[in-house]
Write a protein that binds this ligand. Structure first.
Ligand code: ZN
Ligand code: ZN
Length: 239
C-alpha cells in the first residue's frame, strides 16, 4: 500500500533515460533492448567477440597460447556505454536493486548457447567473492547480488563457496601474467561447502570479464581443491 502511494508521487524512473516506468523496476524496455549484445562470432573459450563472418567454432589467439582453468566463458553484453554505467552504479554506488535487471540477459544466453541448454543436475552457481574489507566499503558484493538474481530466474542453486582471503592490488595496471601471479592464493574454498562441490558443474558469476585471470584462479582452485568437474564462467559484461 505504502509502496503504491509512493509510486504515484515518485514514480519509478528508468535508470538510463529517466522515463517514467510503466513496468519493470529500473530499466525501460527500449533501454534494455538497446544494450549491446555479444553475438557470434566469438571465441569458444573466453567469449571475446570478433568482427566479420566466421562460420566454424574457434579459439582466439590469446586462448591458444595460455591454459585457462575454466571450460568456457560467456557474457551477454559488451562493456560499453550504458551497460558500463549500470554496472558502475551497481558496484560503486551500491545500487544492488539493479542486479534484478540483469538476470534476463543471462537467461537469453541460456537459451542461445547450446553449451548452456542442458546443464547437469548438479549445477551450482558460485559468485566471485570480494575481500570482506572491500565488501564492507561497498556495502555488499555485486557478484553475489547478480548471482542471486540469476538463481531466482533460472532455479539453479546458489552456493557462495569461495572466500577471498587476501586483499590484492588493483588489477587494472597489471599485465595478464602479473594478474595471474597477483591472484595466486587469494581465494579459498569454504570448508563446509566443499562436499557439495565434488563432481559438480559450477557456474561462476562475476560482473565483468577482462583478462579472465580472476575466473582462471577461481576455476583452478575449484577443480584442484574441491574436485569440481566443470567451471563455466558467466559475467554480465565482456571488457
Ligand atoms: Zn530507458
Ligand atoms: Zn579467447
Amino acid at each position: 500500500m505504502i509502496a503504491h502511494v509512493l509510486d504515484i508521487f515518485f514514480p519509478p524512473l528508468c535508470e538510463l533515460c529517466r522515463e517514467v516506468l510503466r513496468e519493470g523496476h529500473s530499466l525501460c524496455g527500449d533501454c534494455a533492448a538497446n544494450l549491446k549484445r555479444i553475438e557470434s562470432p566469438f571465441c569458444q573459450k573466453c567469449g571475446e567477440p570478433f568482427d566479420g563472418q566466421i562460420e566454424s567454432h574457434f579459439s582466439c589467439p590469446n586462448c591458444s597460447t595460455i591454459e585457462l582453468a575454466f571450460d568456457f566463458a560467456r557474457s551477454p553484453l559488451q562493456a560499453a556505454g550504458p551497460a558500463r554505467e549500470l554496472i558502475h552504479a551497481l558496484k560503486y554506488r551500491s545500487r544492488f536493486y539493479l542486479a534484478d535487471e540483469f538476470a534476463p540477459f543471462f537467461m537469453e544466453l541460456l537459451e542461445q548457447d547450446e553449451r548452456l541448454s542442458d546443464l547437469p543436475q548438479n549445477t551450482l552457481v558460485v559468485p566471485v567473492p570480494l575481500h570482506w574489507w572491500r565488501q564492507q566499503i561497498r556495502q555488499g558484493n555485486q557478484a553475489n547480488e547478480i548471482a542471486k538474481s540469476f538463481c531466482q530466474s533460472s532455479g539453479l542453486p546458489f552456493l557462495p563457496a569461495l572466500q577471498r582471503i587476501r586483499r590484492t592490488e588493483t588489477q587494472t595496471r597489471l599485465t595478464r601474467k602479473q594478474r595471474l601471479s597477483n591472484l595466486h592464493n587469494a581465494f579459498r574454498i569454504r570448508e563446509k561447502m566443499r562436499e557439495k562441490l565434488t563432481g559438480a558443474t559450477v557456474i561462476l558469476i562475476d560482473d565483468v570479464f577482462t583478462t579472465g585471470s580472476t575466473a582462471h584462479e577461481c576455476a583452478r582452485l575449484l577443480k584442484k581443491k574441491a574436485s569440481v568437474e566443470r567451471v563455466i564462467v558467466l559475467t554480465l559484461l565482456r571488457g
